[in-house]
Design a protein around this ligand. Structure first.
Ligand code: SF4
Length: 544
């Protein structure tokens, strides 16, 4: 689609990639690998596979071009991805001895599949040291250091001091993998819990997020993460395979969840349903290499290139494009680990799931406390901070051909009706140029901020109006939305909905589901019973 092609041409991801897997040592990373063979996982990745580019020599991830770049002082060249969205393998044990013979080739294959960044995750002290060595050897590799629950018995009488020393390396972006594993119990539960806490405390001390392993220990992992207030540093529950209830509990702790090989397995239908409901903004993709190889190579050694297959399956589960998965999960990595390509700045128009979103203002009449965009305006890899309020011509220029999209939506960071004149002008032109359907997503305060009933002016321009009700009562609205300079905003929003219902055939009311903060059932009752319009409950995203 038009927007996607534009973003590729701009080459937003290219600068960091050209040297991603540049080998600074020209040699194999050092390390004993003594704890790289993780106990209890089996050795089913032992086989070898051929994995390469498609028949055109281009990755299927929007066809990154492969170019040769020189290694300073070296005799070899490495492939580089030029100007394409990148994927991040957020969890790979590339320190494993399995890669000692061909680690460079494994990294090259990853790059050829659009996997521009890899987080090498340690599972013990020597594994962590080796992961740091590898990260210091290849630009596109970063490291996490920590002791896996299987291995904590080896540090029973020691301290976290060696991990702390390793964590100070600039290529170390997280503490992990740490957690609890009650399946194999290679270390006692007591020891596992003790070291899990100790390592979370270390993460807080050094200000780096945690990478969490959780197997058959959901309740204890959740309890410890909550008691240790993990949200101070954030983190990811990697290789998530729990149910929807467990996912919700971790999301409430502000954690991310890792999608890996299991979502690709034939018998994982229930897990795919869970992932369908997890907001993309909270997902990372990973391989957990050398484990959990996607089909058709299950049982053989996994490798970071297969992040591509995980991302592809996630796109299928979500019903969106692979580019959107890559852009969003990579932005999530950037937010969590502070690495990766910068977001595309100042986006006036952006495309998600076949719809075109128009972000036409930086301003909003509310300051909803849940609106993450008040502090971080990056949405799905698009930075919605506008340098200036765009005029109608700029908005139309950014929008391109509206006929390319199923729907055009005035949404974005701010409240579009604050720019009512531009909104009308753009909508009229988009209509003339063949827009199939135009929707206004609004907080319902447009008539108040413009000091007139704006709805008659929008007839014939807008097809659908979505109004965020946000609360079940005036008191609750004031607390949640913190409206600026408008008296009785809640009753104004309800008046707007009534008037919209009278003037438009399609009106819906939405509210963000925030249990314990608003009464979502009561919101639905207000919408359906009092106002007589359909209601949609949503998680907070700008796609609504
Ligand atoms: S109305 Fe929407 S954009 Fe404005 S602060 Fe609230 S959630 Fe954010």
């Amino acid at each position: 689609m038009g927007r996607l092609e534009d973003s590729q041409k701009q080459g937003h991801f290219s600068s960091g990639l050209n040297k991603n897997f540049e080998d600074k040592s020209q040699g194999s990373p050092k390390g004993s690998g003594e704890d790289s063979a993780r106990t209890g996982r089996g050795r089913r990745w032992r086989g070898r596979r051929r994995h390469g580019k498609n028949s055109k020599g281009r990755s299927a991830l929007n066809g990154p071009t492969i170019a040769k770049i020189p290694v300073p002082g070296g005799v070899e060249s490495l492939p580089a991805v030029d100007g394409a969205a990148t994927l991040v393998d957020s969890h790979a044990h590339i320190d494993a001895a399995d890669y000692d013979g061909d680690r460079r080739k494994v990294l090259e294959r990853a790059l050829s599949q659009g996997v521009g960044i890899i987080i090498a995750v340690g599972s013990g002290l020597s594994s962590s040291r080796k992961s740091v060595d590898i990260a210091n050897t290849f630009d596109g590799v970063f490291a996490a250091v920590g002791v896996h629950p299987h291995e904590v018995k080896s540090i029973a009488k020691k301290s976290v001091a060696p991990i702390k020393v390793l964590s100070e390396n600039p290529k170390v972006v997280a503490i992990g993998e740490v957690g609890l594993d009650y399946h194999y119990r290679h270390s006692s539960q007591k020891l596992q819990k003790y070291w899990f806490r100790e390592q979370i405390r270390l993460a807080v001390k050094v200000g780096k997020p945690v990478i969490v392993h959780c197997r058959e220990a959901d309740e204890d992992v959740h309890q410890i993460l909550e008691e240790e207030r993990v949200w101070r540093v954030g983190g990811v529950v990697h290789c998530f395979t729990g149910d929807a209830g467990v996912a919700r509990k971790f999301l409430k702790l502000d954690l991310h969840l890792g999608a890996s090989g299991p979502i690709t397995f034939e018998k994982s239908g229930e897990l795919r349903e869970v992932f369908a409901d997890i907001p993309l903004e909270r997902l990372l993709v990973e391989t957990d290499s050398p484990y959990l190889t996607p089909p058709p190579n299950r049982g053989k050694r996994n490798e970071p290139a297969n992040t591509f297959q995980v991302a592809q399956k996630l796109a299928e589960i979500k019903g969106i494009g692979l580019e959107e998965v890559a852009r969003t999960t990579t932005a999530n990595v950037r937010r969590l680990f502070k690495i990766g390509p910068p977001p595309q700045t100042g986006k006036i128009a952006y495309s998600l799931a076949g719809k075109l979103y128009l972000n036409i203002t930086n301003q909003c009449s509310n300051s909803c406390f849940f609106c993450g965009l008040l502090s971080d305006r990056v949405h799905r890899g698009y930075d919605l901070t506008l340098e200036a309020e765009p005029d109608a011509a700029s908005i139309l220029g950014a929008a391109g051909d509206p006929g390319d999209y199923d729907e055009v939506i005035f949404s974005g960071f701010g409240e579009p009706t604050l720019r009512i004149d531009e909104l009308k002008e753009v909508a009229a032109e988009l209509r003339r140029k063949g827009a199939k359907r135009i929707r206004l997503a609004t907080n319902g305060l447009g008539s108040r901020v413009n000091n007139r009933n704006i709805l008659p002016e929008l007839r014939g321009l807008i097809d659908v109006i979505s109004v965020s009700l946000q609360a079940e009562s005036a008191d609750s609205y004031d607390k949640v939305c913190k409206t600026k300079d408008i008296e009785n905003p809640y009753s104004s929003v309800k008046d707007f909905i009534r008037e919209a219902k009278a003037a438009f055939s399609e009106v819906e009311v939405t509210a963000v589901d925030m249990s314990g903060i608003i009464d979502i059932e009561a919101c639905e009752k207000v919408a359906r019973d009092e106002l007589g319009v359909p209601f949609r409950r949503r998680t907070f995203t700008l796609t609504d």
